[in-house]
Ligand binder design. Structure first.
Ligand code: ATP
Ligand code: MG
Length: 250
């Protein structure tokens, strides 16, 4: 039997004030897949994620996330999908543990279970030593790691990560990318990873999609896109090289 899909869209479209942001997007992601979601600034990636989460209403088309319509079952979708937005917000006065306790309580996780999970997640994202530091005093990278810990609290089946490594130092970025890969392999979490860091995407994605002005202009394994666009015969290639083939030469 085929692996089930966790995300499926058909002609999904969004217009803002008569300006098309997402244009008849049809694609799917299978369970256990890491999908690299690429495209220039303003291509429509974040808008797509927001529609998949039921946070903004499509102008046209449909979507299913974990088999659910995000507009009708937004709460259920949010329970099953961990979303790390472009700009993660925190209460600066809380420390890392308190922040996670707050998110845990919102998700109905309390007491010993919450304490155990929080300790495990702080360890996983490398924040154990900063557990009692106020989040207001966290660096950007530390906030990003805390954001990841937050989305993992509810044991999501799917992760939507919007530029998760933006602003991280090189070591932090490598660790986070490795962590995403680890979560995918050990917990079979499917990942929709939007990023401009193509070498990071290349390292862990099973497939990628390139969105330009609201349309998915390419989709497939990096190897298949390399064959198609570079016509390679076994030589080394980078995702950046493939990506640039979708833009007119200047
Ligand atoms: N709330 C909004 N109101 C009006 N237009 C919007 C809104 N949000 C996004 N847009 C427009 O929709 C288009 C797609 O934006 P979106 O944020 O989805 O792009 P993106 O691919 O995530 O870009 P980036 O790589 O810069 O994050 C852009 O033209 C943007 O100006
Ligand atoms: Mg965006």
């Amino acid at each position: 039997m085929d692996t089930p899909t966790v995300i499926e869209t058909k002609d999904l479209s969004k217009e803002y004030d008569h300006q098309v942001a997402v244009d008849h997007l049809t694609f799917s992601i299978r369970e256990g897949e890491i999908f690299g979601f690429l495209g220039p600034n303003g291509a429509g990636k974040t808008t797509t994620l927001l529609m998949l989460l039921g946070l903004t209403r499509p102008s046209k088309g449909s979507a299913l996330v974990c088999g659910l319509d995000p507009m009708r079952k937004a709460k259920e979708v949010k329970r099953r999908v961990g979303y790390l937005p472009e700009n993660v917000g925190f209460y600066g006065d809380l420390d890392a543990v308190e922040s996670l306790e707050y998110v845990a309580s919102l998700n109905g996780i309390r007491g010993t279970e919450a304490r155990g999970k929080i300790e495990e997640l702080l360890e996983l994202v490398g924040l154990s030593e900063d557990a009692r530091k106020k989040v207001g005093a966290f660096s950007r990278g530390m906030k990003q790691r805390l954001g990841i810990a937050e989305v993992l609290l509810k044991d999501p089946e799917v992760l939507f990560l919007d530029e998760p490594t933006l602003g991280l130092d090189p070591e932090g970025a490598v660790r986070l990318i490795d962590l995403i890969s680890q979560l995918n392999q050990e917990r079979n979490i499917s990942v929709l990873l939007s990023s401009h860091h193509l070498h990071q995407v290349q390292k862990i994605s099973h497939r990628v999609g390139i969105m330009i002005t609201g349309k998915m202009v390419a989709m497939g394994s990096i190897e298949s896109l390399a064959k198609e666009k570079l016509g390679l015969g076994g030589r080394e290639y980078s995702l950046e090289e493939i990506y640039m083939k979708y833009f007119p030469e200047v």
